[in-house]
Write a protein that binds this ligand. Structure first.
Ligand code: GDP
Length: 333
């Protein structure tokens, strides 16, 4: 199918008019690594930026099987029925290796995928975690400009991707399960510390008592953590994504947080800090790429690396040598 190509103006106008085809194609440009696509994408983002920022951005994490897709489907339907517009994005840096994203896949969110007020987009595949996360952050801007008032960013709760998600959302929801013996279920302490709420899924049928017990374990564990910066005490709730039990309570809690953080000024402060973090992150990425792509550095690197391996050069001297080469090459340009 031959795609119609839009000009930057048409992209911006289309996005602001909530044209989903246009939004999708703009996101494709954001995700592309081709310089000419990036150039257009950056112009679109720049022009959409003034219209962004008004949504509630929520990170959702949990190990595979915790019930993320089932829950997002249910949460999403709850919101859409209230007249809200939801975008579901994902960050899954492993998706390239595994040959496809397991997150943000439309077929995993059956009801939501049929809603016109829901925009579901799988994780960008190409690139490092930093690159993938940046693309998702930029996609948030476009979705907000297109009128989406709630953004979910889904991630698997096992790796570093949580830090990246944390740096782009207002509220971080950790989905856990009860009754597996080890309540921490491979969730690192650091991830628990980031959570604004821990929600225990599958609290249905025979599992209700176990879920309540797990909830009290988590409450006790959270008490041992230092107070959060926002002054918000992370909450623990049980629910069933499959049967739709306890869903309203979760949204009431998120609304409570929103009011709390808005009133204290923390909401804005956190967003400003995130914006600053992303600026420095972009600088770091660009500097690193420039260094490693430099032809002099590339030529010299195997040799220096070999010397470091064979102990003829210390790691620090080796690094300095390559850096000097890089800075010299810049001057010579
Ligand atoms: P994900 O890997 O985190 O996205 O998890 P899924 O949403 O795919 O759910 C994993 C499995 O748990 C599926 O078989 C779901 O049907 C089941 N499941 C999800 N939510 C619930 C729930 O609330 N109750 C019960 N009993 N099962 C659930």
């Amino acid at each position: 199918v031959a795609r119609r190509t839009y000009t930057v103006d048409e992209f911006v106008t289309g996005i602001l008019a909530s044209d989903i085809t246009c939004l999708s194609q703009a996101v494709t440009l954001v995700e592309s690594n081709r310089p000419e696509h990036q150039a257009i994408a950056q112009q679109i983002i720049e022009r959409c930026l003034p219209y962004s920022g008004k949504s509630m951005r929520i990170g959702i994490t949990g190990v595979p099987g915790a019930g993320k897709s089932t829950s997002i489907d249910t949460f999403g339907m709850h919101l859409v029925k209230q007249g809200r517009k939801l975008a579901v994005l994902a960050i899954d840096p492993s998706s390239e290796r595994s040959g496809g994203s397991i997150l943000g896949d439309k077929t995993r969110m059956e009801q939501l995928s049929r809603e016109k007020n829901a925009f579901i987009r799988p994780s960008p595949t190409a690139g490092s975690l930093g690159g993938v996360a940046r693309k998702t952050r930029e996609t948030i801007i476009l979705c907000e400009a297109a009128g989406f008032d709630t953004i979910f960013v889904e991630t698997v709760g096992v790796g570093q991707s949580e830090t990246a998600v944390h740096s782009m959302v207002d509220f971080f929801l950790l989905i856990q399960l009860a009754g597996t013996g080890d309540e921490l279920q491979g969730i690192k302490r650091g991830i628990m510390e980031m959570a604004d709420a821990i929600v225990i899924n599958k609290a249905d049928g025979d599992n209700i008592d176990k879920a309540n017990l797990a909830a009290s374990h988590f409450r006790n564990a959270l008490h041992l953590f230092p107070p959060t910066e926002s002054g918000w005490r992370p909450k623990v709730l049980t629910y069933s994504g499959f049967y739709g039990i306890g869903i309203k309570e979760i949204w009431d809690m998120i609304d409570e947080y929103r009011h709390f953080a808005m009133d204290s000024g923390y909401f804005t402060e956190k967003r400003q800090r995130q914006a600053k973090w992303w600026m420095y992150e972009s600088i770091n990425d660009a500097l690193k790429a420039s260094f490693y792509q430099n032809e002099h550095v590339q030529r010299l690197r195997p040799e220096v690396e070999q010397q470091v391996l064979s102990d003829t050069l210390s790691s620090f001297v080796g690094a300095q040598h390559l850096l000097d080469t890089y800075f010299e090459a810049l001057k010579g340009k």
